[in-house]
Design a protein around this ligand. Structure first.
Ligand code: ADP
Ligand code: MG
Length: 473
């Protein structure tokens, strides 16, 4: 029996942030139901759309980050179909001349890099939002006309795991570029998933099945896995896959037939006659390019190469833009980057995880955080004390600097430590006997010193002085 390889292509819709909508001056954002709208959004006759420059600028940022080619002219097309969420009876989109074409993005799956090639990214408008109730539907036109960027991959993804890695990379790109909040729970990012199976040594792709509008990444993963299994079962029992649109049923964990290829709509695309082609001047593109914010990939490399942070820790820090911004802010106040990273990855994230919190719940200013790291670097407080300070401050929601003061600073003074060591010797004559008898007592004595001082002594200095004092015995 020949083996099958999954082939997946993803179409990701992302709502862009902007003040106004893509082709009108209505507000793009929250508002009372059916208040952010104008005659343009609801398709009155005789209206003229005006292109939103900010949406174009943000789309070009994404196209550049995806290493796409950018056309010389911005051209929009009309996609004609009827549905109540599309009051004009057509959607203004880009069909023949997307704003970005033939790009790529690198993803990392289990430590392996893979290049995901991008067919295109194109700017269009979102539809209205519908709520289907038992016998009627509600419609909110606030979303109609919101700038929507659709990014389409080639059929080059081979597993659910790769699909998720790509989606997370793309979502992070939107966040780093600050073009969208990309909140899946608010439908700001939605995915159409195309799945087929290909015979292992065959170049020809199999027939694909499309699942539209999935808005959580974990559901995308499940839907892909379930659909691969369904197709595999059909092919292995000698059946054929039909080209169709299916829906993923999250409750029953199965995909359900919606419509076949013969029901496919002919959208009768043509160039949007109300928007003349707009020249994308080289200076305009260059200006956008020169102001591109740093991306996850570049930040990660900076952490590794400039700060000596490990690959794993650099990934952890940059995977979450908020965490990475917090880290950047802490080191901007002068804290050592590597030591800051160690405290975040070695302690803070574990603490947050254990307490079901995330980085936005933290009430420690980056300036205060930086001060604590500096105290640690200069030996005023120990590693262990840093953990105690953060734990107490976070548990009780109080200032880290106050806690640091109350816990007291680390003892690093050699003579003071020498006194403590001699006190410990005097209080524990048995240990001295053991030492004289040739036993290794260093660890035990260190333990006694730490206990006596509540861990406040500097371990390095203490160890050194202990060696000196033991030699005197
Ligand atoms: P449409 O406009 O009908 O959605 P496209 O050619 O734009 O069609 O393709 C949509 C998506 O389907 C793309 O992400 C593409 O990679 C993917 N795709 C195309 N062929 C296949 C296939 N045989 N198997 C899986 N995905 C595919
Ligand atoms: Mg499609």
């Amino acid at each position: 029996m020949s083996k099958y390889v999954p082939i997946i292509g993803l179409e990701v819709h992302c709502e862009l942030k902007s003040n106004s909508k893509n082709f009108s001056s209505s507000k793009n954002g929250e508002g009372e139901v059916n208040t952010n709208l104008s005659v343009i959004d609801i398709g009155y006759p005789g209206i003229l759309p005006v292109v939103n420059k900010e949406a174009v600028r943000k789309s070009i940022m994404v196209a550049l980050a995806l290493n796409c080619n950018i056309p010389e002219k911005l051209i929009f097309d009309r996609k004609n179909y009827y549905y109540p969420d599309l009051p004009k009876g057509y959607q203004i989109t880009q069909f023949a001349n997307p704003i970005g074409t033939n790009g790529y993005v690198m993803i990392n799956v289990d430590g392996e890099d893979k290049k995901i090639t991008i067919q295109d990214t194109h700017l269009e408008e979102d539809t209205a939002n519908m709520d289907h109730l038992s016998t009627y539907s509600l419609i909110d036109y606030n979303r109609a006309g919101v700038p929507l960027l659709e990014t389409v991959t080639d059929p080059c993804i081979n597993s659910a795991k790769e699909a998720i890695a790509y989606l997370e990379t793309l979502r992070n790109m939107f966040l780093y570029l600050d073009v969208s909040d990309a909140r899946a729970d608010l439908g700001q990012i939605r995915v159409d998933v195309n799945v087929s199976l290909k015979k292992e040594n065959d170049d020809k792709l199999g027939t694909r099945v499309e699942m539209k509008n999935i808005n959580s990444f974990s559901t995308v993963k499940e839907a892909i896995e379930v659909e691969i299994k369904r197709q595999m079962d059909i092919l292995e029992s000698g059946g054929v896959i039909e080209q169709e649109t299916r829906r993923y049923d999250e409750v029953n964990k199965t995909t359900i037939f919606m419509r076949g290829k013969s029901d496919a709509v002919d959208y009768k695309y043509y160039i949007e006659p109300n928007i003349p082609p707009i020249k994308l001047r080289k200076e305009f593109i260059d200006e956008i390019r020169s102001k591109m914010p740093i991306l996850e990939y570049d930040r990660k490399n900076k952490y590794i190469n400039e700060y000596g942070i490990s690959n794993v820790d650099a990934s952890t820090l940059t995977k979450d833009k908020k965490l990475s911004d917090y880290f950047e802010s802490i080191i901007s106040f002068g804290a050592n980057p590597k030591e800051t990273s160690n405290v975040i990855t070695g302690f803070l994230l574990g603490y947050l995880n254990k307490n079901y919190k995330n980085i936005s719940d933290i009430n420690i200013s980056s300036n205060d955080f930086s001060d604590i790291i500096k105290m640690m670097s200069s030996g005023k407080i120990s590693n262990k004390q840093v953990k105690d300070i953060f734990t107490k401050a976070l548990d009780e929601n109080i200032s880290v600097l106050d806690v640091a003061q109350s816990i007291g600073t680390q003892i690093s003074d050699k003579e003071e430590i020498r006194k403590i060591i001699n006190n410990v010797f005097n209080e524990n004559p048995k240990v001295i006997e053991d030492y004289k008898a040739g036993k290794n007592v260093n660890g035990f004595i260190m333990g006694l010193i730490m206990k006596k001082t509540s861990g406040k002594v500097n371990p390095g200095v203490t160890n050194m002085v202990l060696m000196e004092e033991l030699k005197k015995i």
